[in-house]
Design a protein around this ligand. Structure first.
Ligand code: GDP
Length: 299
């Protein structure tokens, strides 16, 4: 929790400072409510959340003096309520062997790092884990996944740069099944510059996975970089269009003032949020906890 709290310092201090400036003690009139709503929108919380918090305060406290602490309280409750239904730590059933987790997202969002962190997490739980370097386009991505494979002592299925991603994933699944792995994490390409190509590639990857096991992929995780703020919304739209996204992981919540975007995403898409990234190391992945997040965000 302390890491999460320090991770969200920038997000919460922006909010806290703004609230402190606005409400040392101020009469809650129309103008004050408007200022509050604007502030909440600038912290990426989303218009819906901003409107609801403002309305709730107006209902009970209109015309009275309110302070920043009281507003924070209402805000934290509201945020926790929005987040509670989407907070679902990843608990792969591992009924199928392997349980296939397809990981998608824009290049640089933190896919490979998140796979490395999840590999460690599930290895520590005693699961047998393998990784597939499905971003065959970028040599650096393959190398990086291999580093994580060594670090977590998981085998990495890979091929030469430029090889067919679907072919690699097909073979990786067969190999992984032969080994009797519990979990197979599949890294993928994320070059959004060429959406049509990427869509075709990802869909082909899904098709070949289904050829081996029609119940797979069992999870399709979209990794989003929280520092992109509102752009995360369009990334969800784009990837939902390409594949059946089943859940989200938000990365880089350490050191960004845009952590509020998670609330807006939860409200808009209602997709499960499985985990959050709060650093670059193997242990910097946290199961997503609605109350802890709300408290850390509001400060
Ligand atoms: P990919 O292209 O989607 O596979 O993204 P990478 O996993 O290569 O991550 C891109 C960069 O972001 C790397 O330098 C990672 O170390 C960094 N990164 C990933 N997750 C986090 C996080 O939660 N916090 C921080 N601070 N950096 C992260």
């Amino acid at each position: 929790l302390s890491r999460l709290k320090s991770g969200l310092t920038k997000s919460s201090s922006k909010l806290t400072q703004g609230l402190g400036d606005l409400f040392t003690k101020r009469k809650l009139d129309d103008e004050a409510l408007e200022d509050l709503e604007d502030l909440l929108i600038t912290t990426d919380l989303g218009v819906g959340t901003a409107a609801r918090v403002t309305k709730r305060l107006a209902k009970t406290r209109f015309g009275q003096d309110v302070g920043a602490e009281e507003i924070k309280q209402v805000l934290a409750e509201e945020v926790a309520q929005i987040l509670a239904p989407v907070a679902k730590p990843l608990q792969p059933a591992c009924v199928a062997r392997p349980h296939v987790v397809l990981v998608v997202g824009v290049n640089g969002s933190g896919k490979t790092t998140t796979i490395g962190k999840m590999a460690k997490h599930f290895k520590d739980q005693g699961k047998q884990v393998a990784l597939a370097a499905g971003d065959t386009f970028r040599a650096a991505a393959v190398e990086q996944l291999k580093v994580w494979g060594e670090r977590t002592q998981c085998p990495v299925f890979s091929r030469e740069t430029g090889a067919d991603a679907a072919g690699l994933v097909f073979d990786a699944m067969a190999e992984s099944a032969k080994r009797g792995d519990d979990l197979l994490f599949v890294d993928t390409a994320g070059r959004l510059q060429n959406k049509a190509d990427l869509m075709e590639e990802l869909r082909k990857v899904v098709r070949v996975i289904k050829k081996q096991d029609e119940t797979a992929p069992h999870d399709v995780l979209l990794v989003l970089d929280a520092t992109v703020g509102q752009n995360a919304h369009s990334q969800v739209e784009v990837f939902k269009d390409m594949v059946d996204v089943t859940g989200l992981v938000l990365t880089k919540l350490d050191g960004t003032a845009r952590g509020g975007v998670l609330v807006a995403l939860a409200e808009k898409f209602a997709l499960p949020v499985h985990a959050i990234g709060v650093g670059e190391k193997a242990e910097d992945l946290r199961p997503f906890d609605a109350n802890a997040f709300a408290r850390s965000l509001v400060g």
